[in-house]
Design a protein around this ligand. Structure first.
Ligand code: URA
Length: 298
């Protein structure tokens, strides 16, 4: 049955109707969920809600059924300020600390969106939204990543231009980068470097191609997401607005809209067509018909 779609002021990406969130949590069907909400058994952020079509945000809102928290199976987006000395891996045979040691209180498994070297600090995203993670790491989408780089030598304007236009690495020339000289002293240069690729150790290798060396590397930004207000070693959830921006950046918002407008096969009423019952017996064909029939059923 088609129900009118209610307007929402919440994020169109993460928000869902209350009915959908409850049924997706695996507690019952959508019909069950609607009944429970109508019956006054559901609260959202402590407020009794009796409209199953109310839009809520399963990441931010707390939903209770009969006073017990409903654990939503929805997407999680974690922004971690990774300190140097942690590896981007889920477990290490050598016992080194991993980024998962820093997000122990995240109870749902989230995978890392790309990686940072052990010696690199800064912004690392983790999510169970595999579609977004794949899009963010797909070179086709050119997601910009910004790094603050402390280089071991003084770099000339010409060398910074080389980084801008592309340097030759053993796996090919790098794509154009945005480079800003932040400051320098008698022997070192600090730059801000924005690249849209994510090759292995790319920033370190770009600086090494200029016969310098990276002394410190911090990722400060991915697309519109920054580390502002977050301390090293701490994490927070992305807010719905940030998730929406990432969907826009990777054009997944357009893809999802396009998918919504295609009617799903399963949603169309299934018609069972009856075969007309033969009124007359077919004339005997010497057994050929029967063989055909048998073959089709195997
Ligand atoms: N480039 C590097 O060289 N290292 C990182 O950790 C990230 C980008």
């Amino acid at each position: 049955m088609d129900r009118p779609i209610k307007k929402t002021t919440k994020s169109p990406i993460t928000s869902k109707t209350l009915e959908r969130v409850i049924s997706k949590a695996g507690l019952g069907s959508r019909t069950d969920a609607r009944r429970w909400v109508h019956d006054g058994r559901v609260k959202v952020n402590g407020r009794l809600v009796q409209d199953p079509d109310e839009w809520i945000d399963p990441i931010q809102d707390r939903i209770e059924l009969d006073g017990r928290r409903v654990k939503t199976l929805d997407k999680l987006y974690v922004l971690l300020y990774k300190p140097a000395g942690y590896i981007t891996s889920n477990g290490d045979p050598d016992g080194r600390p991993t980024v998962y040691d820093l997000i122990k209180d995240v109870t749902t498994f989230v995978g890392t969106v790309g990686r940072l070297d052990e010696d690199t600090s800064g912004l690392l995203l983790l999510t169970n939204d595999t579609m977004l993670a794949e899009a963010m790491t797909n070179p086709q989408f050119h997601v910009p990543k910004t790094y603050l780089v402390k280089c071991a030598t003084k770099l000339s304007d010409g060398e910074l231009d080389q980084l801008r236009s592309g340097v030759e690495l053993k796996d090919g020339i790098t794509k154009p980068a945005v480079v800003k000289r932040v400051r320098e002293n008698e022997s070192k240069t600090f730059i801000e470097l924005t690249i849209t690729q994510g090759r292995n150790r790319q920033v370190r290798r770009m600086i090494e191609a200029l016969e310098s060396k990276v002394l410190k590397l911090v990722r400060t930004k991915i697309g519109p997401i920054t580390l502002d207000g977050l301390e090293s070693g701490k994490w927070r959830h992305l807010n719905p607005g940030e998730v929406t921006k990432l969907y826009k950046l990777t054009k997944l918002d357009v893809k999802l809209e396009a998918q919504k407008s295609v009617p799903k096969q399963a949603e169309r009423p299934v018609k069972f067509e009856r075969k007309p019952t033969p009124t007359k017996r077919a004339p005997y064909s010497g057994g050929a018909d029967r063989r055909t029939t048998r073959r089709r059923h195997t």
